[in-house]
Design a protein around this ligand. Structure first.
Ligand code: C5P
Length: 422
């Protein structure tokens, strides 16, 4: 291992290679992983074998190269996608063709590579490589977006000369850049794993009932169109997951998202603010903790047309009406011993506005999202928040994965509650 290279000692890396001319770069990539101390296993699609041989990649990786999901004369290989998925600390698909990206985005599993991706529980990094127009194509861009929503990390293709002679975006990121990204992802996933590991015996919410809201709401104004926002639901899902791990009986009321529900959580799916309000108010009495992380629409169309609105006029004026303020309503009926936590997303006078909301809605805590920071807010898997309490304290938390933000919020909220009781 060279002095400057990241340390991947003992890490298990799965490398998926697909049928792009950039498949030849899988060879130096394996070298770099091995130089950094990683163990590497390689999966190749049939297309990849047209560009580089399993023998080359097997020799460099010093391991078996798997190509066929139904190999002849290989006993026990049928479940290999499962065992490999369990073995891997990280799965890198490099180069990733438009075809494999499309399959991964839609859960196809017709090759060893795609079946293993579906089985794997480790982080997955996709490094696209294709011609300029294929990369630009809306279908590919949508598929890449879908992969990000699923939780995969996607490196943007690099700009430069392409095999077709065209110049543009589509080149596979350089092996060194991929290795750096892999090391960063492994560090991040280790810190999340150790956060959760340290707390695996933390049953601080045992015997309590926890209500969490997440995601956007969708307010229809005709049968096909809605008013909504960009919330992904990640923060609320992370809170529900953390609360369930601590033994809480968790109900997650979520607007439309593409996220999988966390384990051991009762999920109620809703679309509009009105529906969310109905479900939340029905749970109001029994909840010991309420975390209102949903980005509830403040206004909804006053009327919903029965048929799709025609575009006959140049201007369309929609009449909007206020939606119920769900949290304010809970605040009004707050019972002793109940803890209410709201979220605020502010663009100006952030602290003042958040504190005003805390008071107006009778909350115990408000979590202020910092919209000025890259990597915070609606979309990213990380967040940077400030925690403001009813007692007047204010704590800035560093930028970290949303699951860790959720853990930190629960830690603070529970510590304050046990102090109150002491
Ligand atoms: O939209 P606002 O900034 O007031 O949101 C602050 C908090 O109030 C958030 O926790 C949000 O989930 C909640 N809220 C609500 N019902 C609304 C609007 C916001 O419960 N109609």
């Amino acid at each position: 291992m060279s002095a400057s290279s990241p340390d991947l000692s003992g890490r298990h890396l799965l490398l998926g290679v697909t049928g792009s001319i950039a498949a030849y770069k899988a060879a130096p990539l394996i070298r770099r992983f091995k130089d950094a101390g990683a163990e590497v296993r390689v999966l190749m699609t049939a297309g990849a074998e047209r560009f580089i041989t399993p023998l080359t990649l097997g020799t460099l990786s010093e391991g078996e190269v798997l190509t066929d999901i139904f190999p002849e004369n290989e006993e026990g290989s049928w479940t290999k996608h499962v065992t490999l998925g369990e073995w891997a600390d990280l799965f890198v698909v490099a180069p990733a063709t438009a075809q494999t990206i499309a399959k991964l985005a839609h859960g196809f599993c017709d090759s060893m590579l795609t079946a293993t991706a579906l089985s794997a529980r480790c982080p997955l990094l996709v490094c696209p490589a294709m011609d300029r127009e294929m990369y630009r194509h809306a279908a590919t861009q949508e598929n890449l977006e879908r992969l990000r929503e699923i939780g995969y990390d996607v490196m943007p293709a690099a700009h430069g000369e392409l095999a077709s002679g065209l110049v543009g975006k589509g080149r596979m990121p350089e092996p060194e850049a991929i290795r750096t990204r892999v090391a960063k992802m492994l560090d991040e996933s280790q810190s999340v794993a150790s956060t959760l590991g340290e707390r695996s015996d933390n049953r601080s919410l045992e015997g309590t009932s926890v209500l969490v809201t997440a995601g956007p709401t969708q307010e229809p104004f005709d049968p096909v169109r809605v008013l909504t926002n960009r919330s992904t639901g990640t923060m609320g899902h992370a809170l529900a997951q953390s609360a369930a791990r601590r033994g809480g009986q968790v109900t997650l009321v979520t607007g439309p998202t593409t996220l999988s529900p966390p384990e051991n959580v009762e999920v109620v799916r809703v679309e509009t603010a009105e529906e969310m309000n109905d479900v939340v108010q029905a749970h109001r009495e029994t909840a010991d903790f309420v975390f209102m992380a949903a980005a509830v629409a403040d206004y909804a169309p006053a009327e919903t047309a029965d048929a799709k609105l025609k575009k006959d006029d140049d201007d369309l004026v929609l009449h909007l009406r206020r939606t119920p303020d769900i949290l304010k309503e809970i605040g009004k009926h707050k019972r002793p011993g109940q803890t209410l936590v709201g979220f605020a997303m502010e663009t100006d006078n952030a602290h003042e506005n958040a504190r005003r909301k805390l008071e107006e809605k009778n909350l115990d805590w408000i979590v202020l999202n910092d919209l000025t920071e890259e990597g915070a807010g609606f979309g990213p898997s990380t967040n940077r928040v400030t925690l403001l309490s009813r007692e007047g304290t204010s704590e800035d938390l560093p930028l970290m994965p949303k699951l860790e933000v959720a853990e930190a919020i629960l830690d603070r909220v529970l510590a304050a509650r046990s102090e109150e009781r002491a």
